[in-house]
Ligand binder design. Structure first.
Ligand code: PEP
Length: 248
């Protein structure tokens, strides 16, 4: 059975002091909850969050990583550096990274493979643009991202990866996919994983929906059979809002 998993993506928001204040409030609200959760936060706040969430079930995630062990890659952070501070998750292939920072299916694949040599679980994002949806290419696009991004990844490693379906047109726009649209694509992703691996693997993979999830729409999205959780941007910045989503 898959346990629901809600991850927050803070993007480039919150200073260390703001992260600490959030954590102090959120810990209290979250106590006793069964739904699994993590906050994916800016690099500069990760250590504070790991410290604050120590002894709780709340995970901490990064939003990006480099695929090399070390080297002349100015501005980058390695998997080992994240592991050293106790990070649990790392987002890979977010559409903002693909759009503004040249992330490709090939770099997604390299990053996934590197993360899978560590204890850090990847949250791999996939999703189509509005043009691709309107042109009826949505399923081909997402399938391509899965086939190329997951190339060479074993069955055992696949079950450690969380897949987040994030239609680009619904991210930060206030325009949410309908529960049916989100559910249809998450079911398609699971079927693609059956084709690529098998039913046993596909059954174990957590598939999230992300795109303007908020307290008001979390229940109907989470009621869709193939949706196991959400990747939440804007609404994860306030502890009470994020907790309401977790409590869907
Ligand atoms: C995201 O950044 O992954 C996201 C889904 O953002 P938002 O919830 O703000 O649309």
């Amino acid at each position: 059975m898959r346990i629901p998993f809600m991850a927050g993506n803070w993007k480039m928001f919150k200073t260390k002091a703001e992260a600490k204040a959030f954590a102090e409030e959120f810990k209290g609200l979250y106590e006793g909850t069964d739904v699994e959760t993590a906050i994916c936060a800016p690099f500069t706040t990760l250590e504070v969050l790991v410290e604050e969430f120590g002894g709780t079930k709340i995970g901490v995630g990064a939003q990006n990583v480099h695929f090399a062990d070390e080297g002349a890659y100015t501005g980058e952070i390695s998997v080992g550096m994240l592991e050293e501070i106790g990070v649990d998750f790392c987002i890979v292939g977010h559409s903002e990274r693909r759009q503004y920072f040249g992330e490709t299916d090939e770099t997604v694949n390299l990053k996934l493979k590197k993360l899978l040599t560590s204890s850090i679980r990847p949250i791999m994002c996939a999703g189509e643009s509005l043009e691709q949806r309107d042109a009826g290419k949505l399923f081909d696009v997402v399938k391509g991202q899965l086939i190329n991004g997951l190339e060479g990844i074993s069955r055992d490693d696949m079950i450690k990866i969380v897949v987040a379906y994030e239609p680009i047109w619904a991210i930060g726009t206030g325009r949410t996919a309908t529960p049916e649209q989100a559910g249809e694509m998450c079911a398609f992703i699971r079927n693609t994983l059956i084709e690529m691996y098998d039913e046993d693997v596909a059954d174990q993979v957590i598939i999230q929906y992300g795109g303007s999830v908020k307290p008001a729409n979390a229940t109907e999205i989470m009621n869709m059979e193939e949706i196991d959780g959400a990747l939440v941007g804007g609404a994860s910045l306030k502890a009470k809002d994020f907790m309401e989503i977790i409590d869907f």
